[in-house]
Design a protein around this ligand. Sequence first.
Ligand code: AMZ
Length: 285
Amino acid sequence: MDWPCTATSFTGIPDFRFPLPDRSSHVTFSPSSSTSPTIMLLIPAIDLKDGHCVRLKQGDMDQSTTFGEDPPVMARSWVTKGARRLHLVDLNGAFAGHPKNEMAIRKILKSVGGEVDVQLGGGIRDLDTIERYLDAGLRYVIIGTAAVKNPGFLQDACTAFGGHIIVGLDAKDGKVATNGWSKLSHHDVIDLAKKFEDYGVESIIYTDIGRDGMLSGINIEATVKLAQALTIPVIASGGLSNMADIEALCAVEGEGIEGVICGRAIYSGDLDFAAAQARADELNG
Ligand code: AMZ
């Protein structure tokens, strides 16, 4: 089958009744791929488990804290605090290998998708799912497991949906994890990222699993090392704890670090999201 397809159906038969919608960026704070992003995007994470907004520790579903019962309300609250992009994770989807919290995700997109960019990962393993979410207003899909296990699929996704594909590389001791972080591959983060960069992915989200949800600080060293090896931007993830992390990230932003995923720290109150984004803007402005 040739990509990109000309219509909404991926049956292989072009369907000209439904032209693909214009998916060009509609939000001003969407830096295109560059080695020198000029802003540091602070991206609130909304991880969805059984329809609720939770935070895990090191990706362990048994160590889950619920921070909200109403995902669109949570999304709205971060947008009100000045978020320019949101990071959604379908946790059940990541384990199941297909979407499990699609209803909640659609509600979030309906509520804030027209105002800010939204990125989503967890269980996205086929082109139809990508298309369905992009049609619903998602700006970026994050592909993790399927990128590692089926690079041909990632290549097809980049061809069909250029500009909308982010790869999530979640690593433990430099090796990439898959399937909800329940399995550790033998793949090295930097080797894989370089290969995916060549496919045309928009950016790489690099998560240090050992730090995720632990408030132990961002792994600046590993994130910078990855960014220096690539020409596409890297988004830091895992362990963000306080303003010192934001300042440290801003200091190395020029290496190609586009943003940071904000998880437990903005829910626990250890970090004031609006103040942190204001500080980042001040440092990079
Ligand atoms: O916390 C976890 N156990 C977890 C998590 N946060 N497992 C997967 N994920 C996220 C990744 C990435 O954004 O950080 O899901 C996405 C990848 O999902 P998949 O299904 O493509 O591997």
